[in-house]
Write a protein that binds this ligand. Structure first.
Ligand SMILES: NC(=O)c1ccc[n+]([C@@H]2O[C@H](COP(=O)([O-])OP(=O)(O)OC[C@H]3O[C@@H](n4cnc5c(N)ncnc54)[C@H](O)[C@@H]3O)[C@@H](O)[C@H]2O)c1
Length: 375
């Protein structure tokens, strides 16, 4: 039977645009059980010459310079938002009003109020919505979830999540959009700690109380278009938080772009009554598991490349490792399945809102130094 074709329009075509394009291109070829097939119909950017070149390079059939026009098209089924946070809300609200399914990059929005509006609009429209917290779909992380749900490490006591980078340590690094509150919403907090928080909400529980510490080490930087002049950095360079979860677990989370030598060190360690689980993106095919089994117990490494492991059966024979880009292919796979089955995807905009609610509480705690209750 011919598969239902779903026309995708992607807005933004740089880092995430490239990662998503690869995912849309690969997903139906490697996941034949999908009952629908995405068509890379149109990519949207603001500058015609650049978006035209991006369409050719990334494999989109058409290009456009105004997302409003594309959302108004009857032949578009899915809007994929790969732009900075300041445009997520208007694009998502318009897409929901036009009854398009929406995949949106993280963090869902720059403010809690925007995130709530997006969640409500998408729910009211009855469309499928999803936030791209792609790390949930690394096979080793999905296996960690299965092990935790099966009780393998018992009651969870600790979540220790760190997301460490160093790309802005140099004071001469320009003040790009990620360093400006009006475009990015926040710094390390929304950019990388949002992933660490999402992973804890996925694997451990719902945060009920947090404290926060935000720090900006370099408060002005050269402007990208005029390096002789400097502009203020008004977002955090580092974000730290202690968290109490609803099930009694406690967490320590850190996101920073000043961890010299660390490039994309996205790692968590979870300690439970019967064992522990450790994962590190830079060794993404491996899961460290410790289970208390007497004198011979110790951490062991599971190479998560076996056909029986989550998502992996779609790729290569056992032991043939996969990479960062596959997490996006798995994300669009689950998103397309949700559309085909008309079941809400996860993490949904509700999850994005709940994650944003915790980030917002961390920001408020960082201002007055007090613990903040969630919800
Ligand atoms: N899931 C992840 O792991 C991950 C990783 C990096 C970035 N992100 C998120 O993805 C989003 C984009 O980040 P990026 O790294 O791809 O940024 P980027 O700077 O590499 O690309 C942004 C793109 O958006 C376009 N753009 C900006 N404003 C626009 C507007 N108003 N209308 C149309 N196009 C516009 C730019 O021209 C560019 O093509 C952000 O929300 C970011 O937090 C997620």
């Amino acid at each position: 039977m011919a598969k239902k074709k779903l026309n995708v329009a992607m807005i933004g075509y740089d880092f995430m645009g490239r990662a998503h394009s690869n995912a849309w291109r690969q997903v139906a070829r490697f996941m034949p059980d999908l009952t629908c097939e995405p068509v890379m119909k149109v990519v949207v950017g603001r500058t015609e010459t650049k978006v035209k070149e991006a369409a050719e390079r990334l494999g989109w059939a058409e290009y456009a310079t105004r997302w409003e026009d594309v959302i108004a098209r009857k032949d578009i089924d899915i809007i994929d938002i790969c732009t900075p946070g300041d445009s997520h809300m208007p694009i998502a609200i318009a897409a929901a009003a036009a009854k398009k399914h929406i995949l949106c990059e993280k963090p869902l929005a720059n403010t809690l109020a925007d995130a709530e509006q997006m969640w409500k609009a998408a729910t009211k429209a009855g469309v499928i919505h999803m936030v791209c917290h792609n790390y949930r779909r690394c096979p080793a992380v999905a296996l960690a979830k299965q092990l935790i749900d099966a009780g393998t490490i018992g009651k969870i006591y600790h979540y220790r999540g760190t997301y460490l980078q160093d790309w802005i340590v140099d004071p001469a690094f320009p003040r790009v959009w990620r360093l400006v509150k009006s475009s990015a919403g926040s710094g390390s907090l929304g950019d990388i700690l949002s992933h660490t928080m999402d992973l804890s909400r996925y694997l451990v529980g719902e945060p009920v109380e947090v404290n926060g510490l935000l720090k900006t080490f370099i408060t002005e930087r050269p402007l990208p278009d005029d390096p002789a002049k400097k502009g203020a950095v008004d977002v955090d360079d580092a974000a730290l938080s202690l968290v109490r979860y609803d099930n009694g677990a406690v967490g320590y989370l850190e996101g920073t772009r000043f961890a010299t030598g660390r490039k994309n060190y996205n790692r968590f360690e979870i300690n439970g009554a019967k064992g522990s689980i450790v994962w590190d993106l830079e060794q993404l095919n491996e899961l460290q598991l410790y289970v208390e089994e007497g004198p011979n117990s110790g951490f062991r490494t599971i190479l998560v490349t076996d056909g029986k492991h989550p998502y992996v059966g779609a790729w290569w024979p056992s032991g043939h490792i996969i990479g960062y880009e596959h997490s996006f292919t798995h994300t669009v796979y689950d998103f397309l399945r949700a559309i085909a089955e008309q079941k809400q995807a996860s993490p949904s905009f509700e999850d994005g809102y709940k994650n944003q609610r915790v980030l917002d509480a961390i920001e408020r705690s960082a201002q007055d130094g007090k613990w903040v209750k969630i919800g």
